[in-house]
Design a protein around this ligand. Structure first.
Ligand SMILES: Nc1ncnc2c1ncn2[C@@H]1O[C@H](COP(=O)(O)OP(=O)(O)OP(=O)(O)O)[C@@H](O)[C@H]1O
Ligand SMILES: [Mg+2]
Length: 507
């Protein structure tokens, strides 16, 4: 039986200074179905969703719910109309507690007009219990991992009991297990007649969960189809307007001297016995399940978190890295996975965000060398295909993937010897991923050493020369390119038992 249309938008248009983000968009979602929205970075997906959620007003066009026209002035009204949204950019306040976050904008008030914290506490406890989440209502968000925070966002959106739930990149930071949990939830929601709009760059997920798929390109709808009529290849070519043949521009390069060597790095309760090396021209991957400790190791190595022991050698010289400054001085740069927390300065221009780390280069005798700055930035942006109306645009108004590219540009500009990339392609579309891989290859060709932490096995397998696998805070395996396979990596990633074998093999 064909489901009735729950939400429909017609001829929606939206411009921002310098860009037409949406042009005459027609799009509809049936009751009790999952409708996926795909498209490259900057295609207009989030903008369309923000219009449906009342954050932006369209310049033209109409929104219908149950085929009745509605005006959605703000998110509160959207909620009253039964719409809730999980945002791509998690704009959380680190000092906020779990319960405050869950009930933000929705705090129960008692008959004296005061916030009823007792109810908040009780409801939070019930939610956490129901979801099996191990944190307490008063815990501050800054103490949680991004995957925890993303999970909270998902739970929050679902707890509103909406008829339409928009999920904009809901799985960019959660574990495989949590993805499965989310998908189970989506199935339950569907059976209750809830409609879901699902945005993701992970096309395998899209094909697992979607009933229908709509592809956007440059602010227009390319097409909408039932999933059965499509496959991943087709969706990609609809997204980028051409066929992508070679997904991984990997070149086998001569491997040189060891540039970075880490011996026995440790941090009690976080990671232990971490020893590895990276050589000139080498791309070394770190695989593992979320929570395996990969990010923590890199943070420790980079001087972001203290370590309790271990030695670090750069180009054969023992170095003491106590801070990020020490790292940078030794030619080591890291792009972190949580760009909201450690990355962007939201209100500042894309140019400023890009040059933030390399101010020295663009200052000449104490003065900002505007021309040099502009040339360097323009050159890098065109290489990386950063889509921005101008260099002066505040970075927060760029699409998620384009923000990521600006951050990459920031570190590229420093021209480091060692580049640590933690989930560099998270939230980035296929075309831009390819550009980032190409840049990595370019870096390697220049004899630099690259570490790539990634949860996407295909990209590790596609791009790396060697892969270390971590499990429960330690390295459980090391694979050469010729031995790469998803199974081999997963075996090490799940099995702490394997650790002993590995230790024995090394001894
Ligand atoms: N608040 C804003 N101010 C100015 N421009 C904006 C704003 N929001 C979005 N844009 C622009 O509108 C276009 C569409 O952006 P949008 O965020 O909708 O893309 P997206 O499809 O969600 O991309 P991504 O996959 O990277 O998240 C981009 O060119 C972006 O720079
Ligand atoms: Mg987006």
């Amino acid at each position: 039986m064909e489901q009735p249309i729950k939400l429909r938008v017609s001829q929606i248009e939206k411009s921002f200074p310098g860009v037409k983000a949406l042009d005459k968009i027609d799009f509809s979602v049936k009751k009790g179905t999952v409708h996926a929205l795909c498209g490259e970075n900057g295609a207009g997906k989030s903008t369309l969703m923000k219009i449906i959620n009342g954050i932006y007003q369209p310049d033209a066009g109409q929104i219908f719910i149950d085929e009745k026209p509605v005006q959605i002035q703000n998110p509160i009204q959207a909620k009253q109309l039964g719409i809730s949204m999980i945002f791509q950019e998690m704009n959380y306040v680190p000092e906020m507690s779990v319960e405050e976050n869950l009930f933000l904008g929705n705090l129960p008030v008692n008959r004296f007009g005061k916030v009823d914290w007792k109810t908040v506490r009780a409801k939070t406890l019930a939610l956490l219990e129901e979801e099996g989440l191990p944190y307490s209502p008063e815990q501050k968000l800054k103490e949680l991992t991004i995957s925890d925070i993303q999970m909270l966002e998902i739970i929050k959106a679902i707890s509103y009991k909406s008829d339409i739930i928009i999920m904009d990149e809901p799985t960019s930071a959660i574990t495989q297990k949590e993805v499965d949990k989310l998908f189970e939830k989506i199935e339950v929601l569907k059976s209750r007649g809830v409609s879901i709009i699902y945005i993701s760059h992970k096309l395998d997920e899209v094909f697992r969960i979607a009933d229908e798929i709509t592809v956007l390109r440059d602010g227009t709808v390319v097409a909408s189809h039932p999933k059965e009529e499509l496959d991943i290849e087709k969706v990609i070519s609809m997204m980028v307007g051409r066929k992508l043949t070679n997904t991984y521009p990997k070149e086998t390069l001569p491997i040189g001297q060891t540039i970075l060597e880490v011996k026995n790095l440790q941090s009690p309760g976080v990671f232990h016995n971490i020893s590895f090396r990276v050589r000139q021209g080498e791309i070394v991957g770190f695989a593992g399940l979320m929570g395996a400790g990969r990010t923590e190791v890199m943070r420790g190595l980079y001087g972001l978190d203290p370590v309790s022991g271990g030695e670090v050698y750069i180009k054969g010289k023992k170095v003491a890295i106590k801070s990020v400054k020490d790292s940078i001085q030794n030619g080591m740069i890291m792009l972190s996975e949580d760009r909201r927390r450690y990355g962007i300065v939201p209100m500042r221009s894309v140019k400023e965000n890009a040059t933030l780390a390399s101010l020295k280069k663009i200052f000449y005798r104490g003065r900002l060398h505007v021309k040099v700055e502009k040339t360097i930035v323009e050159d890098l942006f065109s290489k990386m295909q950063v889509k921005t109306p101008s260099l002066e645009t505040p970075i927060q108004s760029l699409s998620g993937g384009n923000q990521q590219k600006v951050l990459l540009a920031r570190w590229m500009m420093l021209d480091p010897d060692i580049l640590i990339l933690d989930e560099p392609t998270r939230g980035i579309d296929v075309g831009a991923k390819y550009e980032i891989y190409k840049l990595m290859t370019q870096f390697a060709t220049q004899g630099k050493a690259i570490i790539m932490v990634s949860s996407e096995l295909p990209e590790l397998i596609g791009m790396c020369d060697r892969i270390y696998v971590m499990c429960q805070g330690t390295i459980t395996g090391e694979l050469e390119r010729k031995d790469f396979s998803q199974e081999a990596i997963m075996r090490f990633a799940v099995g702490a038992m394997e650790e002993k074998k590995y230790e024995a093999a090394r001894a």
